[in-house]
Design a binder for this molecule. Structure first.
Ligand SMILES: Cc1ncc(COP(=O)(O)O)c(C=O)c1O
Length: 409
């Protein structure tokens, strides 16, 4: 659509790279998972057709090739996050696995009775439950950074909470998967580090939309999933500071994560291989590398386009009678998504009406039950955008929400 074209960026042309979007669907569920362009599908297909073998264990040529593509993907991922070295990258099955690895493999051993671990009120269950398990295992306490009335994190309350000196770890999302706001992760890291605590950032909802630079964010660990940035499912990344990865315990034992195995004892391979026990998902990380290439070739206008769609959707929804938009309306950038409730209409019914109109959105608790409880709601609807979406799809979303309200109220 002409109105979507800015600075030479044409979402319709981009859309043609996604075979699945030939179906009659407005895919506004990108925060759950994006779609994959042909280049990503081709790269994964080519791995299986041309190079398939287990990496790091076979001397034959296919094994050497598989090792090469696997390690090239690691180097590309390190560059993508602004890491200092490929060895800082651990491949996992996703954000959830990355966070569990840190919470159980390092944090649990660093906290003791009476210590504090902080999460924010807006965390995904994947960045909440692993920390619950860690604190419960050692008699520590989980503390929650509250929300301000305007929906942003209350960093003053956080700073006050840190002053007691019991805090050892902080785990916070870069971008909330419900509120859509970008958290001031740099400020959180600075406060935490001043209190001698470590910080894990859940980057799952940021990586597709914001430039990643772990040094600029100032965190100690950064977790994300390939499938939320145009790559494959079942592939994720944990970036960690080398000195901390050296101290972390593996969670999965066996396969190529060992250095030497005696009958009664074993020693571990170097970092990061000790965290990648078992045959890795080579096609997945090859797909991730292709997704990084694809994403980095996007013009800045593509990201501006996504933010503009999120703004149009948020403004349009807020203007509809009976519709309440969640999260900050001012003051915090909203790069990609908007969640909302419709008075008198259950979220799943809204999503059902939208689906009948060919519009895919997410409805439910969005894996953030503690947040929804704080907001006094049980479920919400979320529309989330990618560069292949259009202003026309936003209009269809708004019309569909109005129709749902008419049907049910
Ligand atoms: C903020 C956030 N963290 C973590 C996750 C979990 O990601 P995965 O299911 O890929 O492990 C999600 C997925 O929705 C998310 O949005």
């Amino acid at each position: 659509m002409k109105e979507d074209r800015r600075d030479g960026f044409d979402p319709d042309a981009l859309r043609r790279q996604f075979a699945i979007l030939n179906r009659e669907v407005a895919w506004l569920d990108n925060a759950a998972t994006t779609q994959r362009p042909e280049s990503v599908l081709r790269a994964m297909d080519e791995f299986y057709r041309q190079h398939n073998a287990n990496p790091r264990r076979s001397v034959h040529r296919l094994g050497t090739e598989a090792t090469a593509v696997y390690e090239q993907a690691r180097a590309a991922t390190a560059r993508f996050v602004g890491g200092a070295a490929p060895e800082e990258i651990v491949f996992t099955s996703g954000t959830t696995a990355s966070i569990n690895l840190v919470a159980a493999g390092l944090a649990r051993g660093e906290i003791g009775p009476g210590d504090h671990v902080w999460v924010s009120a807006a965390e995904h269950h994947s960045n909440w439950v692993p920390w619950q398990k860690a604190v419960h295992a050692v008699g520590a306490r989980l503390q929650v950074i509250p929300l301000q009335p305007d929906g942003r994190l209350d960093l003053e309350a956080f700073e006050q909470g840190l002053s007691g000196g019991q805090t050892k770890w902080v785990a916070v999302a870069w971008v909330s998967n419900v509120l859509g706001a970008v958290n001031d992760v740099r400020a959180i890291c600075d406060l935490a580090h001043a209190a001698r605590a470590r910080v894990l950032v859940d980057g799952a909802q940021g990586v597709a939309h914001l430039p990643v630079d772990v040094a600029a964010l100032g965190c100690d660990f950064f977790a994300f999933s390939a499938h939320k940035m145009f790559g494959p499912m079942g592939t994720g990344v944990l970036w960690g500071r080398s000195s901390l990865l050296q101290r972390m315990e593996p969670l999965f034992y066996g396969g190529e994560m060992i250095a030497r195995v005696e009958e009664q004892t074993a020693t571990w391979a170097d970092v990061p291989y000790r965290f990648e026990g078992g045959t890795p998902n080579v096609a997945g990380v090859v797909g991730l590398a292709a997704a990084i290439d694809w994403q980095q070739a996007l013009p800045a206008a593509a990201h501006a386009h996504v933010a503009e769609l999120a703004r149009q959707a948020a403004d349009g929804l807020a203007a509809l009678p009976g519709v309440a938009v969640l999260g900050p309306t001012t003051g915090a950038p909203r790069p990609s998504l908007v969640s909302f409730t419709v008075q008198g209409v259950p979220a799943h019914d809204v999503a059902q009406v939208l689906d009948e109109r060919g519009i895919a959105v997410r409805a439910g608790h969005m894996c953030a039950q503690p947040l929804l409880r704080r907001l006094g709601i049980e479920s919400a609807v979320r529309a989330s955008f990618a560069p292949y979406n259009s202003a026309d799809e936003v209009r269809r979303l708004l019309a569909g929400v109005q129709a749902a309200r008419k049907i049910f109220t």
